[in-house]
Design a protein around this ligand. Structure first.
Ligand SMILES: Cc1cc2nc3c(=O)[nH]c(=O)nc-3n(C[C@H](O)[C@H](O)[C@H](O)COP(=O)(O)OP(=O)(O)OC[C@H]3O[C@@H](n4cnc5c(N)ncnc54)[C@H](O)[C@@H]3O)c2cc1C
Length: 403
């Protein structure tokens, strides 16, 4: 599956940080993780630091899937409002999901500090009303979050204009969000894992998986076998092809990055990421070297040939939208790209076994706008599943939602 188009910034900036060997013999391990993106890396890191012999198998180069295309805003704010999630699953479960996402940001901060040099920074997040009619739903969302102790502030038009310089009828300012270079984090985690004796293979594709009562056997396209107790399918947006049941829809999402911009001109954008209430939403955040990274303009369906052709035009449209909000910012899309982006109907991910394969095969489908935050939660959740322990989100994030 072709996951991206154009020139994703992280891959250009960092290049191939490291290559790993292809698998050329049969191996045995506790847990085999298929997919060497940010999800596979976070899960592998958690399992390997908790005593499991782990092997990670990637068909491309490490981080070269949608991880390289991610704009990597780390938010506890799920694309589905807390109010909507509460209406769907009840306030208790909705809060569990939101709170776990907030904790995941702290966990990612700790991890980023441990590995170092991954362009991590804590930020504020401004969620503004795109249209006047969006003000009330946003205000309701603010009130519910405030009631449950989230560190949020409500901004009226005057405050938005004064602090951020653009017009909107209302906005929620959240004090907990962060930005990161997800490609760098993936490489650093897997490099650390390899150095401590675990196995990382790239250029190795799994074509078959056979679970039995005692183990799972994986076969690569070159015919080598991996025997393990459990498998984690961290295969990103191509995971759907392993399942007969349709669990998500693929879209195309677009992004561009500017040259470094004078911090004076960036103003509050230096420490605040922004997104809006319209769907698909326009969003933006800065990088450590002062660039503005902008995304949005999603297509409803993902056709890679169409996506390839649309990258420049979509980047221009995104740049025009930013210019309208911030006319003084120089908008030069230095690198533009697009990626496949999958969404579930309720905005929640799927982590856990699917009845098609049984308990030994754990899926890690971190779908939706805060996929990376979900992957951090998923790491602990899947280890709990493997150890047959309870996890507060195991049920809500499981495929049983579809039954
Ligand atoms: C444009 C864009 C913007 C985004 N913005 C954000 C954001 O702001 N915040 C956020 O949290 N998330 C964001 N996301 C989502 C986030 O990027 C994803 O959640 C994340 O990249 C998923 O990582 P992954 O490891 O699951 O998938 P991937 O990075 O795609 O990794 C899966 C890997 O599995 C490998 N693979 C698949 N099949 C096989 C096989 N059979 N054998 C071996 N290997 C296999 C693939 O080659 C791939 O490298 C964005 C995504 C896109 C595209």
């Amino acid at each position: 599956m072709d996951l991206k188009s154009g020139y994703p910034f992280w891959a250009i900036k960092n290049g191939l940080m490291r290559t790993f060997p292809a698998l050329d013999h049969n191996i045995v391990c506790d847990v085999a993780i298929i997919g060497g993106g940010i999800t596979g890396a976070l899960i592998a890191d958690d399992l390997s630091s908790n005593g499991y012999a782990v092997a990670i198998i990637e068909q491309r180069d490490i981080g070269w899937g949608s991880t390289a295309a991610s704009t990597a805003l780390l938010q506890y704010e799920i694309d589905t409002h807390l109010t909507e999630l509460a209406a769907l699953y009840g306030e208790v479960d909705a809060l569990k999901a939101y709170r776990a996402c907030a904790e995941a940001i702290t966990d990612l901060q700790t991890l980023a500090e441990t590995v170092g040099d991954v362009d991590f920074e804590m930020q504020d997040s401004l969620y503004y009303a795109s249209r006047r009619r969006d003000k009330q739903p946003l205000k309701d969302e603010f009130l519910l979050r405030q009631k449950h102790g989230f560190d949020v502030e409500w901004l009226e038009p005057d405050g938005i204009k004064k602090q951020y310089g653009f017009k909107s009828s209302g906005a929620i300012l959240s004090k907990k969000a962060a930005r990161i270079d997800p490609y760098r984090l993936t490489h650093k985690l897997l490099d650390r894992m390899q150095s401590s004796g675990h196995h990382v293979y790239d250029r190795t594709e799994i074509k078959n998986l056979k679970p039995s009562a005692e183990q799972v056997e994986l076969t690569t396209t070159s015919g080598f076998k991996i025997s393990c107790q459990s498998v984690v399918m961290a295969t990103g947006y191509s995971s759907q092809k392993w399942l007969k049941q349709k669990v998500a829809s693929n879209r195309s999402s677009y992004a561009f990055i500017t040259d470094p911009i004078d911090p004076e001109l960036l103003g509050e954008l230096n420490r605040t990421m922004m997104w809006e209430s319209a769907r698909p939403y326009l969003y933006m955040r800065t990088t450590g070297d002062g660039r503005l990274l902008v995304g949005g303009e999603d297509d409803d369906i993902d056709i890679s040939a169409k996506r390839d052709k649309r990258v420049d035009k979509k980047a221009r449209t995104l740049a025009n939208k930013v210019e309208k909000l911030f006319p003084k910012l120089p908008m030069n899309p230095t690198f533009s790209w697009a990626g496949t982006f999958a969404e579930t109907e309720d905005g929640l991910p799927f982590f856990g076994p699917h009845k098609q394969y049984g308990e030994r095969v754990q899926f890690a489908m971190a779908y939706g706008g805060n996929g990376i935050t979900y992957s951090m939660i998923g790491a602990g959740l899947l280890r709990a599943n493997i150890e047959q322990r309870e996890h507060p989100l195991a049920e809500l994030f499981s495929f049983s939602r579809l039954d």
